[in-house]
Structures are given as structure tokens and as C-alpha cells.
Design a protein around this ligand. Structure first.
Ligand code: SF4
Ligand SMILES: [Zn+2]
Ligand SMILES: [Zn+2]
Length: 284
């Protein structure tokens, strides 16, 4: 089939290679501008894993001329993270992007593999540690950019709905609020579908490693992902409808005063932060 804009063959739902790349890059740039995510004066750190989403964000922010660095977290998951980190290191070297790697083993005392028996709340623990380290090591930056895409965000909205945690809605969205002690997070791929990022990454020849975390399929998110994918397949446009409705209904983030964790001094909403509580449980 022909591209909607020229005589060339389609490589995506609507466009040929040239027009798809143009559409993709312009849409990401527009999302950054419309949601006032970044200015050229900002120092931005990409939370990078070496997968297609974070490599795409890293590449586009670099290409658009932002002051960009990368921070990777090594969770300690055998046979998984090593490959993506190796790829990321080469990518950053090629584009002269500064990269720091921090590991759970060094920072929290244990690899994820040795912390949780398989299937036992791995993602909850992993996510808490990751958020903690990302915030800790981006204190000198203005923003953290993540590779979250439309599919991820749709899943997050549905997960909070299913769990009745609609209070958390205000913490989601294309960028988080500015709360003292927390580096503001932005999501430049917020409106891009996972499929589109796969196409972009393929057409750009990134060749990102395609291996999935061994814990991923056991997570609640995986169940919600399969459910939303089925809905999208049967009713095309479902994902965009969910996100558009969420953006309409979302209330502005309320800034509240933050305490300091009595153990590690990180900002938190109670007396001991979640990371320190999990560490105490693990060690007990
Ligand atoms: S799937 Fe879960 S365990 Fe694996 S890296 Fe992601 S959050 Fe961590
Ligand atoms: Zn075309
Ligand atoms: Zn703490």
C-alpha cells in the first residue's frame, strides 16, 4: 500500500519510511513543547535501561540539542540486564552522552535475584529501589526523562483504577509536579504507541536487545497489559481514548510538604522511606 503523503510504499499504518520518521519526531517534539517539559537550559538525565523506549528518548533529546546525560540502574537480574547495559554503554559512547550506572548490589546491599524468590513481589521491590536511586542520583539535574509510552501509561491508569487507587492519578501524566527533594519527571514518548516506537527504533537501525525481564510476566501489570491489548485489538483506539479521557479528568498535582527519612535522609511522606522499610524487612 502507498504512503498517505507520497507514492512510496508504507512501512507503518499510514506512512513510508521518510514520512513516518518525520511524523514520529515531530510528534515527540510537539509533546515536549505542549506539556512544557524541557527548555534548552535544563540539564536532563534520561533514566536509561538500554531498551528501545529509553534509547529512543535518549537519541531524540540528543538530536534535538538538549543537555542530556544518562543514568542506568543495574537491578542484578541474571541474564537480562547485562545485555541491555552493554548495549547502552556502546550507544552512549558513540553519541558522546555521559552515562552513570548504579547497582542495587552496591547501593542497597543485594541483587534483585537474591532479594526475592521468583514471583514474589519482584516488581514492587524493584520499582521502589529504582525510584529511590533515580531520585538520589539526579539531584543535580533539572529533569529526569523516562521512556514511558502510551501503552505503559494506559496500563498505569487501568492498574490504579482496578486497585481503586484513583488518588494516585495526580502523580501520573506527561510530567510530575515539582515537589521539594524530588527531581521532576518527564515522559517525552507519552503519546507514542509501543508499536510506533518499535517501528522507529527498527527504521533507525538501533538494534536494541530484545529480551524481557524474567519477572515481567508474573506482574499485575502484565495481566492489565494483556487485557488492554485485547480491548485495543477488538476496539481500535481504546488506548488513546483512555489516555485522552484521563488527561481531561486529571486534577493538577498538589504540592505537599515532605519529611526526611530518619534512616537515609531521602525525601518521603512518612518517617521512614519505602526503600528503608523494604531493606529492613529483607534483612529481618
Ligand atoms: S519487570 Fe519488574 S522486576 Fe523486572 S525490571 Fe521491571 S520492575 Fe524490575
Ligand atoms: Zn511518504
Ligand atoms: Zn530511607
Amino acid at each position: 500500500m502507498k504512503c498517505k503523503l507520497c507514492e512510496n510504499k508504507r512501512v507503518s499504518q499510514d506512512y513510508c519510511k521518510e514520512h513516518f520518521l518525520k511524523y514520529f519526531e515531530e510528534k515527540v517534539e510537539k509533546t515536549i513543547k505542549e506539556h512544557e517539559m524541557l527548555s534548552k537550559k535544563d540539564k536532563v538525565c534520561v533514566a536509561a535501561s538500554g531498551g528501545k523506549d529509553s534509547i529512543t528518548v535518549l537519541y531524540l533529546l540528543w538530536k534535538l540539542g538538549y543537555n542530556v546525560s544518562a543514568l542506568a540502574i543495574d537491578e542484578g537480574i541474571e541474564g537480562y540486564r547485562d545485555h541491555t547495559l552493554e548495549f547502552l554503554s556502546k550507544f552512549c559512547k558513540k553519541h558522546k552522552i555521559p552515562l552513570k550506572i548504579k547497582s542495587y548490589e552496591k547501593e542497597v546491599g543485594k541483587r534483585l535475584d537474591t532479594t526475592v524468590p521468583k514471583g514474589n513481589h519482584a516488581c514492587h521491590i524493584c520499582g521502589t529501589f529504582r525510584r529511590h536511586l533515580l531520585n538520589k542520583y539526579t539531584q543535580k539535574y533539572d529533569k529526569i526523562a523516562t521512556g514511558h509510552n502510551l501503552d505503559d501509561e494506559c496500563q498505569a491508569v487501568m492498574m490504579n483504577l482496578v486497585k481503586g487507587q484513583t488518588k494516585l492519578f495526580s502523580r501520573q501524566g506527561p510530567k510530575t509536579g515539582q515537589i521539594e527533594g524530588f527531581t521532576q519527571k518527564i515522559k517525552p514518548l507519552y503519546l507514542m504507541k509501543e508499536k510506533e516506537i518499535m517501528t522507529y527504533s527498527f527504521l533507525k537501525g538501533f538494534n536494541t536487545p530484545f529480551n524481557e525481564c524474567p519477572y515481567a510476566n508474573q506482574s499485575f501489570r502484565a495481566k492489565v497489559r494483556d487485557f488492554v491489548n485485547k480491548l485495543e485489538y477488538e476496539n481500535p483506539g481504546t488506548k488513546e481514548n483512555i489516555i485522552n479521557k484521563y488527561l481531561d479528568l486529571r486534577k493538577p498535582v498538589k504540592e505537599k510538604s515532605i519529611n526526611k527519612c530518619q534512616v537515609c535522609q531521602s525525601p518521603c511522606s512518612s518517617t521512614i522511606c519505602k526503600t528503608c522499610r523494604i531493606k529492613q524487612e529483607i534483612n529481618a
